[in-house]
Design a protein around this ligand. Structure first.
Ligand code: NIG
Ligand code: FE
Length: 420
């Protein structure tokens, strides 16, 4: 089959592929650093699939046809599309007014306890029409695509009743169909306790298990819970996740964001695919997460930045202990209204101690592992989906350096170059 797309003259092709063949687990320890870069390289695709990568001198020009689209990277870096493995994509309104309160010194949990925070977005989201929610979600996905994000995990969690939660999942799926980036759905009905169940977290979780989870089979792959003071306790979170697992869902958790309650280790022991936030994760609990060999710690460095919190996830300690790490924005209206995963990558280097190579693995292949997409995305290898970025840089070391910039020149999704 002749190539339908060729990207040539890449100064560095960041393949993310391991030097020793396909790995069976997310990248950890030195694997986070040792993935393969091919200098002066090409990547070739047929349809939506990568079929060959290699140095330019090995390019088989007999595979070029008249209608092959040729993109000349002109000595720039080429890498896999970014994988956003933790977002709260679908919501209405914004919380700019609360940002002012935060700047005056109120904390995230104080604002939540006063009926604001997540609950204020729940009110706005319940009041919004499905059409408006879809328009907003598509707007945010467009922003993500501009940053070179080609896959987005989208959580529900601003409905907190059956009808609205199902609507949020429906909107996320529809948004996935209406544009090129892939959308993967997570059910976060257990975000906080809604006003209708105030003071009765267990009753609310039982309601989700009985009434909502059965409706989500085939619609959402993952079930997530916010385990935190002011949200759900460790005991409630454990009972809920265990039931979700029995119903066939893969598990995620928001844990150790503001306090160390032990949620990450608990969820990892239940086989969670990821444990997210981890800012207050202890060294002992990191060892428990590492012991699974499979649970990815999703680090969200823009959240402590935006919440003015000193404590960042102990990135170096996690890597030392062998925990596979991914990085995401956590895009949401309260703790991270940013879609700039490049900025998150830089802040992970600055405040979590990651190296540029580790951070790059964390926004691509390991992020794919965190949403069970490692077989199709996250690296540039034959057989994988042709989600590819051409960056406006000649050397990958510049990626975290140009703080806050969007280095993306061209985005290719499923073999199709996207309009700017
Ligand atoms: O991941 N921490 C819980 N949930 C979100 C924030 C949601 C919000 O504030 O609206 C998070 O940070
Ligand atoms: Fe989150």
């Amino acid at each position: 089959m002749p190539y339908t797309l060729l990207i040539q003259n890449c100064s560095q092709l960041l393949t993310m592929a391991s030097k020793t063949g396909l790995s069976l687990q997310p990248l950890s320890r030195e694997e986070l650093t040792e993935w393969k870069i091919i200098p002066n390289a090409y990547v070739a695709c047929v349809g939506d699939t990568i079929v060959a990568t290699g140095p330019m001198v090995e390019l088989d020009s007999s595979q070029l046809a008249e209608d092959t689209t040729v993109i000349d990277a002109g000595g720039r870096v080429v890498m896999p599309g970014l994988v956003e493995c933790h977002t709260h994509l679908v919501f209405a309104g914004n919380r700019a007014h609360e940002f002012q309160r935060k700047l005056r010194g109120e904390s995230y949990l104080d604002i939540l306890a006063s009926g604001g925070g997540i609950l204020s977005t729940v009110r706005a989201t319940r009041a919004a029409s499905e059409e408006d929610l879809l328009t907003q979600a598509l707007h945010h996905l467009e922003g993500f695509r501009r940053y070179g994000v080609t896959t987005v995990e989208a959580k529900s969690g601003y409905g907190l009743d059956k009808e609205t939660e199902l609507r949020l999942v429906r909107v996320a799926r529809e948004a996935g169909r209406q544009q090129a980036a892939q959308v993967v759905c997570t059910f976060l009905g257990a975000h906080v306790v809604p006003p209708e169940f105030k003071g009765q977290p267990t009753v609310y979780l039982d309601y989700l298990v009985a009434e909502v989870l059965p409706e989500l089979r085939g619609e959402a792959e993952f079930v997530d819970i916010f385990c935190e003071e002011g949200a759900f306790s460790i005991a409630d979170s454990q009972a809920y996740l265990a039931q979700a697992k029995n119903l066939g869902f893969q598990l995620k958790i928001h844990a150790e964001q503001l306090h160390n309650l032990g949620g990450c280790a608990m969820a990892a022991a239940l086989g969670a695919i990821s444990v997210d936030h981890c800012d207050y994760l202890s060294a002992e609990d990191a060892a428990r997460v590492a012991a699974t060999g499979r649970t990815v710690a999703v680090l969200l460095p823009l959240v402590p930045l935006f919440l003015r919190q000193q404590q960042y996830a102990p990135g170096r300690e996690l890597i030392r202990q062998g925990v596979p790490i991914a990085i995401s924005t956590d895009f949401n209206p309260g703790s991270c209204p940013s879609k700039n995963l490049w900025l998150a990558l830089s802040v992970a280097c600055l405040n979590m101690g990651l190296t540029p190579r580790e951070a790059l693995a964390a926004v691509t292949l390991n992020a794919a592992w965190a949403i069970n997409r490692q077989e199709s995305i996250g690296s540039l290898e034959p057989g994988k989906r042709a989600d590819i970025l051409v960056l406006d840089l000649a050397d990958y070391e510049e990626i975290p350096y140009w703080l806050g910039e969007n280095p993306v020149r061209t985005v290719i999704i499923g073999g199709v170059p996207q309009p700017h």
